[in-house]
Design a protein around this ligand. Structure first.
Ligand SMILES: [Zn+2]
Length: 327
């Protein structure tokens, strides 16, 4: 079993340092701004209309994904896939960390909470992006977790405990059990202990506001959970239905757009079961392709909303046009 480790974080932090030339890559500025004038982060949101529901992608930040974190893909295929996406195979893959806000009247449902201070300096901007929407953490009525990795759960807690004072916290029961189990934690390498500690801290901070779900659970408002195991034991997606409109928030079931559509069997070192994750990914991508369902993902290129196209035995990512999705 391979789990997220501090060693991995150090690798990505080192990647962040060498990846600065990525800033502005592929963009043409009418007047090249001075480097010092480019802020490290700008609050960034994108709203997608789904019937009477709005789904807003909220930027929490980004991280850089080192090549040695990719599993079940050989070097030649890795290089070809990145070059096909106009990325440099010699550089880490930069991915966003996105959080989704589902608004239905007074019900404000957050899907995941970003990295907070638990995932390095380039994440943890959720509150700033929420503020740009005019939303404060106290207004969030519930949070549904896709899984408890620190780039998704770190933003749930801060120095003063629970960041979201009024929200119910919905977590898959297998996910919560795995990451809060003392025996599993003590058998894990020492450098992974902080991630189990984070899950226990989240459980304790939210106390009786934690609600577990299993498999496909109806959360009301046309929101149903989906079991998408493999990346973590209780990794879950959300299916949103509003009339004929549907969308699936797939969490990390497909995380690296340049690799995991073209090579669905390619996994990441963070997968607790890369084989199961690959099966989950293939089944999910086949289903959304056949049913033409829009998907949104945490690490897909911002704003990370689009469709999936079949390409023989594999798939392709088809991003939605930014403006076409506006009201
Ligand atoms: Zn993630």
């Amino acid at each position: 079993m391979t789990v997220l480790s501090r060693r991995h974080l150090m690798l990505t932090a080192a990647g962040a340092a060498v990846a600065m030339p990525f800033l502005g890559r592929g963009l043409v500025f009418a007047q090249e701004p001075a480097a010092a004038a480019i802020p490290a982060f700008l609050p960034t949101v994108h709203t997608r209309i789904l019937g009477n529901t709005t789904v807003t992608t909220i930027a929490d930040g980004h991280f850089d994904f080192a090549k040695d974190l990719v599993v079940n893909l050989d070097d030649a295929a890795y290089g070809a896939a990145l070059r096909a996406a106009y990325l440099d195979p010699e550089q880490p893959i930069r991915v966003p960390v996105s959080v989704h806000l589902i608004r239905q009247g007074d019900q404000l449902t957050l899907v995941d909470a970003g990295g907070g201070s638990a995932f390095g300096p380039t994440t943890g901007h959720l509150a700033a992006s929420l503020a740009a929407l005019g939303v404060t953490p106290d207004q969030i009525t519930r949070i549904v977790m896709t899984h408890l990795h620190p780039d998704h759960a770190g933003g749930l807690v801060g120095d003063a405990g629970a960041v979201f004072a009024n929200a119910a916290l919905h977590v898959n029961e297998d996910e919560l059990a795995f990451w809060t189990d003392e025996a599993t934690a003590s058998a894990a390498p020492a450098d992974v202990q902080p991630f189990f500690a984070l899950a226990r801290g989240v459980r304790d901070a939210y106390g009786d506001r934690v609600q577990t779900f299993a498999g496909e659970a109806d959360l009301g408002g046309g929101i149903t959970t989906m079991a998408l195991p493999g990346h973590t034991p209780g990794h879950s997606g959300l299916r949103l239905s509003d009339g004929d409109a549907q969308m699936i928030i797939l969490g990390d079931a497909a995380a690296l757009a340049a690799l995991q559509f073209r090579h669905p069997d390619a996994g990441v070192a963070f997968d607790t079961d890369a084989g199961q994750a690959a099966t989950t990914r293939r089944n999910l991508l086949q289903m959304v392709t056949a049913d033409r369902i829009a998907v949104a993902g945490t690490h897909l290129p911002f704003p990370g909303i689009g469709h999936v196209e079949a390409r023989g035995d594999a798939f392709a990512w088809v991003p939605e046009d930014w403006f076409a999705t506006r009201a």
